[in-house]
Every structure is written in C-alpha cells, then in structure tokens.
Design a protein around this ligand. Structure first.
Ligand code: NAD
Length: 285
C-alpha cells in the first residue's frame, strides 16, 4: 500500500527543469530519460568532453523511443549542455551523478547550496555512500535526498528514494513525485548500506560466484537460475554491473555471519513456516 501511494501526494507541483551533474554512465542516461519524459534538462560535467557523447546517446534513445521526428527533435531541444553554469540556479530538481567520492561530492554540494533555489530538490545518485556523510556542508542538511537509479536507466523501472535520518518529508515527497512524473516507480528506502535492492542482490551474486570457485561453470549457474525464473543469470548480471563494482559491493554489503537472520529464526521457532503452515512472512489462506 505504501509503495502504491508513495509519490502520489496531492499538491506537489510538477517539476519542469532538472539539472544533472555528471555526464557519465548514469548522469548522461538520467538526463536523456528526463528529456524523453518531457522535462527541460541541463547537463553539466567538470569535463566538457563528456557531455557531447552523452547527448549522442540521448539522441539514439529518442530515435528508438519516439517514432515522430518532430517529437525526437523536441526531446533533443529539451536536453541542453550547461555551458554557462546557470542550470543549478533555475532547476526544480538537481541530481548529482559524479564520481563516487565523499570529499568531491561534499565540495560540489557546498557550491550547489549557494546556487540552488531554497525549494528545489537536491538529490544524489550515490550507490554506496552514506547521505549523512555528504550533507553537513549544506545550510539545511535535511534537504538532501537520494534518488538512486539503476543501470541501464531506460530499462529499469525501479528508482530508490533514499531518506537519511531526519530528512525533510516535503523534499522526499517532491523527489518521489518527480520519479513518478518521469514514469519510474519510487521505492522509499532508508540510508542504509546498499539501500534495499543492492543489499539483497550483493549476497546473491556473491553466492553464485562462490559456485564458480567450487567448479561449476558460469553457463550452468546462469542457465539454472534462468530456468528457476530469474530474468537474467547472476553471472551475466555481475558482468553487466561490472566486476569491480560487484567486488566492492560484496566487500561492503555481504557479512560473513553464520547466524540466520533473526526474523527467520523467530518465525521458525514460532511454527510460522510459510505457505505450508498458513503464515510465514505473509499470511496464506
Ligand atoms: P562515471 O565515471 O561514468 O561518470 C562520472 C562523471 O562525473 C564523469 O563524467 C566525470 O567527469 C564527472 N565528474 C567527476 N567529478 C565531478 C565534479 N566535481 N563536478 C562535475 N562533474 C564531475 O560514473 P557513474 O557510473 O555514472 O556513477 C556516477 C554516480 O552514480 C556514482 O555516485 C555512482 O555510485 C552512482 N551509480 C552508478 C551506477 C552504475 O551502474 N554505474 C548505478 C547507480 C548509481
């Protein structure tokens, strides 16, 4: 229920202008997606040479998703390189998608805070950093939220909206409404390591790779999990995510505990065994 209503609060004005900082893998694709969905987008990068290829990728997306050349042109016109550095001051939503480094992000937020409208949403796309470690350079630290897209942006409907301790509810509501506005599903999550999706995914990928260590072939594991109903095999998924990222995520998100999760042990001890006993995590009739 909470998931269904998240981002549907009344009285939240639609965003018109999004400013994206970082024209890399994620920022470029977030900017393209927002322009496709009808928003004006300014795209900035400290390395100007990164912006043109991102815009090229965006044009490919517009051609694929919009048949009418006039609509393609309109989308292309909505995506503007932020050459004069004025995008942040005008935007309703600012999304940071720069290098995953606490100090570099803090320095950027310090500058943005002075430029942005007080009512604009300031969001980070960080996958692994604590929002609490990024926001104390802001005059109102509670304004920072996470809007965490997945790669590839155009194919992944889920977007995590991350609430750090004491985050401004109005900013979270606007962030969630913005995610709905661009036709993505906002998932409310806390600012905990891995948020929700990566916290669940990292141990799964690592367990699959342990099977490779033990002698199973990647093809066998992927075929098995595909036949089990997963949309993509875990080894192919690890390759897609990038093995350096999978290694770092495994290191920070997979704890080597032999104890089962408390919620599991308690249910079994209480006879709540799942479907067969009428209840487990859910109630089954
Ligand atoms: P990337 O290396 O592809 O792009 C980063 C871009 O930021 C580069 O173009 C770089 O020039 C620019 N940049 C660096 N410092 C800057 C600064 N101070 N000001 C302006 N521009 C600056 O990185 P990416 O993979 O797109 O990741 C960006 C963010 O998105 C990270 O926080 C990462 O955790 C997060 N993220 C990545 C993925 C993924 O699959 N790659 C998925 C979800 C979230």
């Amino acid at each position: 229920e909470r998931l269904k209503s998240f981002g549907k609060a009344e009285g939240v004005a639609a965003a018109r202008h999004v400013h994206v900082i970082g024209a890399g893998v994620m920022g470029g694709d977030i900017a393209a997606w927002c322009a496709l969905r009808g928003l004006t987008v300014t795209l900035a990068d400290q390395d100007i040479a990164r912006i043109a290829p991102a815009i090229q990728r965006a044009h490919t997306l517009f051609k694929r998703r919009l048949r009418d050349p006039l609509l393609q042109r309109a989308a292309a016109d909505r995506l503007i390189p932020d050459v004069d550095g004025c995008g942040a001051a005008r935007a309703d939503v600012v999304i940071e998608a720069i290098v995953e480094n606490v100090e570099v992000k803090r320095e950027l937020f310090r500058r943005l805070d002075a430029q942005m409208r007080p009512d604009a949403v300031l969001a980070t796309n960080t996958s692994s950093l604590r929002l609490e470690d990024l926001r104390d350079v802001l005059a109102r630290p509670e304004r920072l939220v996470g809007i965490h897209f997945f790669n590839p942006v155009a194919k992944m409907p889920l977007v995590e909206v991350v609430a750090a301790e004491g985050a401004d509810p109005a900013m979270l509501a606007r962030a969630a409404a913005f995610v709905r506005q661009i036709d993505r599903l906002p998932l409310p999550v806390k600012s905990a390591p891995g948020f929700l999706v990566n916290a669940v995914l990292a141990p799964y990928l690592q367990a699959a790779m342990r099977c490779v260590d033990e002698g199973l072939s990647p093809e066998t594991i992927d075929e098995a999990m595909l036949a089990f109903g997963m949309p993509m095999g875990p080894i192919e998924l690890a390759d897609t995510v990038g093995l350096d990222i999978a290694l770092a995520a495994g290191r920070s998100l997979v704890s080597d505990v032999s104890e089962p999760p408390t919620c599991l042990a308690e249910r079994v001890a209480g006879g709540r065994l799942g479907r067969k006993s009428g209840s487990g995590f859910y109630t089954w009739r």
